[in-house]
Ligand binder design. Structure first.
Ligand code: BGC
Length: 742
């Protein structure tokens, strides 16, 4: 049917009208114009007051836009494991909304334990969609600080002890968040590797360690992931706070890496207008984090980048060069996100997001020990199971600092196990009482966890009940209370808290079929390890905790996670505590913390010093077995601008399908500077059916062989002999091939 004449006329009129509106629309509003032109146009229209107003908070998590020009506010949210509840305008306290519950995704250590960049992409996509639905423009995450010490209270928020692993995962995470039109704000830049004294510690570190260990993940996030925002850290470096640190922000981030995004201060991390103006801070948040308690005129208006900045510009103390640079960055962020012109809505608590959380958890849980093949537990045989431990019944998505979440639901381990093995088969004993608090920032989980029995009574009950069952599943570990896996404090020791070691030892005496499930973001010691047949490292898994743990214990999912952190036998074995400095005595004065272990962080230290850990970096078992062929290399010599390819066959020699993480380490056999025994330079997760063989290939170039030369201030690959080492972990070496760099 032909369109009616009038319809054609109306369509033509509409086209003209739209074209006219477009023609008349200011360039900054025209989403079809290049972003840089939109920025220039908007800047020309703004007053100095409006510009300054863009550069600091107006509430706990938002900064003002320019109302007069229709430029919206910027809304941030923690991050990085779920979208935080809405808080009161000026307080950390929740605002009491009923529409702001989210999904808690697994902790970033769990993500790192998947050793799978597809999981990082899925994570970024899912959390980005949740952020978008909640109208957030900036997700405050991911965190990629190197796990220098296992007692850092925020270990669970970060990824691993290895810069290569972190870099491989942060890039897909960031890209997939940002595909939603939500900026990822990679944190905490840089050298924030402890919580005690986090605002007063001045980190002393060599350039070599800075470039080789502490910066690569940030660099990858910026140069490969194109992160739109980065968060300065609380600590100092070269005696300057990192939120306005010339070397880190101006010289490295903005000049060398050409970062065109926004540097956001950590909440309360800004301390000086002069430094903030000159040294690269763009957006100030959280100064005097008490917010309104100080009164509005003492808070937002007086932020370092608010009135003091405006006054300084007016009096000629500051030029407008820095101002325009900062404003253009904030506008770029707005045009990339809320004013990108793309209609996207995101989704919250969708089935897909729950499935993603469960999948990532299933791939990140690590099977540390499985004697007698006690796992998986065959549910079809209706085994009698006793579950012991507070972490089986306590919601662990709440608390821990800025990662605390108000979740739509959290399936507890006990419920997950009951669902899978039958409620009639699963009994529960508390075993120990840890922290019974169920509130944080105004959110109450409503759980009733109080139990006033003595430690002896609790142990006796667990021991008595353990005698009558086929298996005991002890769900313990740590929680999000101060001094454990929690922001603002570090752990006092590596030991499991709350008498857990004694309870485990007492139970295993009466029932040797004990499976220990360690819910913790960081390593713990296991003095009972010789007598306990099975251990899984279950991290903090979030909303799908119960399902993911049941998936692994029942064998519905074959474990394929590998440790992204070395589990030391004792704290003194860690480089940072052995020769390096770790300042644990709280101080308000600036205290130096020297990273004397230098580049020997994590397994680099353990390998080089030949110290045997409890469990090595890269380690994890499966319910099947894998055999490795002899690795081969395509050429014996690599040229400076060339590459080599290392190949190895991996076969599933067991009866179940499973995935193996094949790891490539490089050793420099002779070098002018000391180097670690070996360094991770490649990894691949391969899925194999029983009997199946796949060839895993790694192509590396000279960047995988290089070190940072402090004196020459450049990366350098020295000609000479190298070894490509194939491992199932950093300690389980399957084969080596030598080659030469010419
Ligand atoms: C944390 C950041 C967090 C911010 C906002 C700070 O205390 O260090 O990681 O994003 O608070 O909650």
């Amino acid at each position: 049917m032909k369109p009616h004449f009038l319809t054609l006329l109306t369509a033509a009129a509409l086209t003209i009208a739209v074209a006219q509106t477009r023609a008349q629309a200011p360039v900054y509003l025209d989403v079809n114009q290049p972003i840089e032109q939109r920025i220039n146009d908007a800047m020309k229209r703004m007053t100095t007051e409006e510009k300054v107003a863009l550069l600091h908070a107006q509430s706990k998590f938002s900064s003002a836009g320019v109302k007069r020009l229709g430029i919206p506010e910027v809304w941030c949210s923690d991050g990085p494991m779920g979208i935080r509840d809405e808080v009161l305008w000026d307080e950390w306290e929740q605002a009491g909304w009923t529409s702001d519950s989210c999904i808690a995704f697994p902790s970033l250590t769990c993500l790192a334990a998947t050793w799978n960049s597809d999981m990082a992409a899925l994570y970024g996509k899912s959390i980005g969609e949740e952020a978008l639905y909640r109208r957030k423009n900036v997700l405050l995450g991911p965190g990629v600080n190197i796990c220098r010490t296992p007692i850092n209270g925020r270990t669970f928020e970060y990824m691993s002890e290895d810069p290569f692993l972190n870099a491989q995962l942060v890039v897909p995470y960031v890209k997939n968040v940002q595909q939603n039109g939500v900026a990822a704000c990679v944190k905490h830049f840089a050298l924030n590797n402890f919580e005690v004294n986090r605002s007063s510690a001045n980190v002393i570190v060599s350039d070599r360690a800075l470039y080789e260990i502490y910066l690569p993940a940030f660099k990858a996030a910026v140069t490969e992931g194109n992160a739109w925002a980065i968060m300065g850290s609380y600590n100092l470096y070269q005696n300057q706070h990192c939120c306005h640190n010339k070397r880190l922000l101006i010289d490295i981030l903005k000049s060398d890496w050409k970062f065109d995004g926004v540097v956001i201060s950590d909440w309360g991390g800004c301390h000086s207008t002069d430094e903030a103006v000159a040294n690269g801070l763009d957006l100030e948040f959280g100064t005097w984090t008490g917010g309104k308690t100080w009164g509005r005129s003492n808070s937002y208006d007086n932020y370092f980048l608010a009135k003091p900045y405006l006054d300084g510009i007016k009096s000629g103390k500051y030029t407008t060069t820095e101002l325009d640079d900062k404003v253009s960055r904030v506008l770029r962020l707005i045009f990339r996100t809320s004013m990108s012109g793309q209609a996207r809505w995101g989704s919250l608590c969708s089935d897909e997001h729950y499935a993603a959380a469960r999948k990532i958890a299933g791939e990140g849980i690590v099977l540390l020990k499985n004697d007698r093949n006690i796992l998986p537990i065959d549910a079809s045989k209706n085994p009698k199971i006793l579950v012991v431990g507070e972490n089986a019944i306590k919601m662990l998505t709440l608390g821990g600092g800025s990662t605390s979440l108000k979740v739509q639901r959290e399936l507890l381990p006990l419920d997950g196990l009951r669902n899978r093995f039958g409620a009639e088969n699963v009994t529960f004993a508390r075993g120990y009482v840890g922290d019974t608090t169920t509130t944080f920032d105004g959110i109450d989980t409503g759980q009733k966890l109080a139990d006033h029995r003595s430690a002896q009574e609790l142990t006796d009950e667990a021991v008595r009940m353990a005698k009558d069952v086929d298996f005991v599943i002890f769900v313990g570990g740590m929680n999000k209370s101060n001094g454990q896996d929690c922001e603002g404090t570090d752990r006092a020791s590596l030991e499991l808290p709350y008498n857990q070691n004694n309870v485990v030892s007492a139970i295993v005496k009466v029932n040797p079929n004990l499976i220990f499930v360690n819910i913790a973001g960081s390593p713990v010691t296991m003095p009972w390890l010789n007598s306990v047949p099975a251990v899984i490292q279950a991290w903090f898994i979030g909303s799908e905790a119960g399902n993911a743990i049941a998936d692994i214990l029942s064998g519905d999912v074959n474990p394929s996670g590998k440790l992204p952190l070395t589990f030391p036998a004792k704290l003194e074995d860690v480089g940072a505590h052995s020769v390096g400095e770790y300042v644990c005595k709280p101080s308000f004065k600036v205290v130096d913390v020297e990273y004397k272990e230098d580049i020997l962080v994590g397994y680099r230290w353990f390998d080089t010093k030949k110290i045997k850990p409890l469990f090595p970096f890269g380690y994890g078992l499966s319910y099947t077995t894998f055999s490795y062929g002899k690795p081969s290399i395509d050429k014996a010599t690599m040229t400076a601008d060339g590459s080599v390819t290392v190949k190895v066959d991996v076969t599933n020699t067991g009866k179940r399908a499973g995935a193996e993480v094949v790891q490539l380490y490089i050793a420099d056999l002779k070098s002018s500077l000391p180097r670690p025994a070996k360094e991770l330079k490649g990894f691949k997760k391969v899925q194999l059916n029983p009997g199946e063989t796949k060839t895993v290939e790694f192509t590396i170039d000279s960047s995988a062989l290089s070190f940072y030369n402090d004196t020459k201030k450049q990366w350098e690959a020295e000609p000479g002999a190298f070894e490509a080492i194939i491992g199932a972990s950093s300690a389980d070496i399957k084969g080596k091939v030598k080659f030469e760099l010419k």
